[in-house]
Design a protein around this ligand. Structure first.
Ligand SMILES: [Mn+2]
Length: 288
């Protein structure tokens, strides 16, 4: 049990956390959606995603590999509803606790602002952190409706923390965001059509990244026909097989943290929650 968490449910196949094995993984949920601007409900994401995780077999047939990675589920972070900045601070403290135990964080959102605290904690420990950001949106607003701590400003805060950014699946942004990308050198973009048409080039690019990697997956990167229960559904998204290929490529790299955010559903058995649980299950199966 971490200082600032409680345990409503645990992800399937998680280990008891009374004896911690170093360099394994620690899951925390972030039941927070106060800055959501369209479809709210991601505060319930951690519960429905964990529940959906029980639908999978320990043997992952897609990758011909059993899920043998050791990981612990520390429950949900005590968020401050309505206060994103304070909540980000609590997430950063909690991620630092995991890092002090030599655990790599896995975050189940919650809205995308959950990534800010994790990236800030990790960027202070790793000099050359690359954030692989799978999303329909750039999330690069300097502020959104007057707020610097917002789901729409996550990657701008990450960029300020000094990380290299690789954005994959992008198909919605503002003119300001596009100007910002042009004005800086360390943001690489692969739009949704690049994923559909040039996956080989993306795999080659990802394989050649040096240094530690943080993966942040906004569920809206996936096509809303497959995953509709998200904060900002956006047509033209990725397919499950494309996510599998990207994960398979990245899991050979030095992945120091991982999040799956923006599942907005209050319904057990919701298919977006099942897809989110599968992404975490696949990651845990594949990661070395
Ligand atoms: Mn998004």
């Amino acid at each position: 049990m971490l200082l600032n968490t409680y345990e409503p449910w645990k992800f399937a196949f998680s280990h008891e956390n009374d004896e911690i094995i170093e360099n394994s993984f620690g899951i925390i949920g972030v039941p927070f959606d106060s800055t959501t601007s369209y479809h709210s409900g991601s505060r319930l994401g951690p519960i429905v995603v964990r529940e959906a995780s029980f639908g999978f077999e320990k043997y992952n047939t897609v990758f011909n590999k059993e899920l043998n990675t050791i990981f612990y589920d520390f429950g949900d972070v005590n968020v401050v509803p309505g206060n994103c900045e304070k909540t980000c601070g609590i997430i950063e403290d909690t991620v630092n606790e995991l890092l002090d135990m030599n655990l790599r964080p896995i975050i189940i959102g919650g809205e995308h602002s959950a990534s800010i605290g994790a990236i800030e904690a990790l960027s202070k420990r790793h000099e050359k952190l690359t954030v692989i950001h799978l999303d329909a949106h750039r999330d690069l607003a300097f502020e959104f409706i007057g707020e610097k701590y917002s789901h729409a400003a996550v990657m701008r805060r990450a960029h300020e923390a000094g990380v290299n950014l690789v954005q994959i699946g992008i198909r919605s942004s503002s003119a300001d965001e596009e100007e910002f990308v042009k004005s800086t050198y360390n943001i690489q973009t692969f739009k949704n059509k690049d994923v559909h048409k040039h996956m080989d080039a993306i795999e080659y690019y990802l394989t050649n990244i040096d240094g530690p990697i943080y993966i942040s997956i906004d569920m809206d990167v996936i096509d809303p026909a497959i995953a509709p229960s998200v904060g900002n559904p956006t047509p033209g998204g990725l397919f499950i097989s494309e996510i599998e290929t990207i994960l398979e490529t990245l899991c050979h790299k030095n992945v120091v943290g991982f999040d799956v955010v923006e599942t907005a559903s209050d319904r057990l058995g919701d298919h977006t929650a099942v897809v989110a649980a599968k992404i975490i299950y696949d990651f845990l199966t594949l990661i070395e």
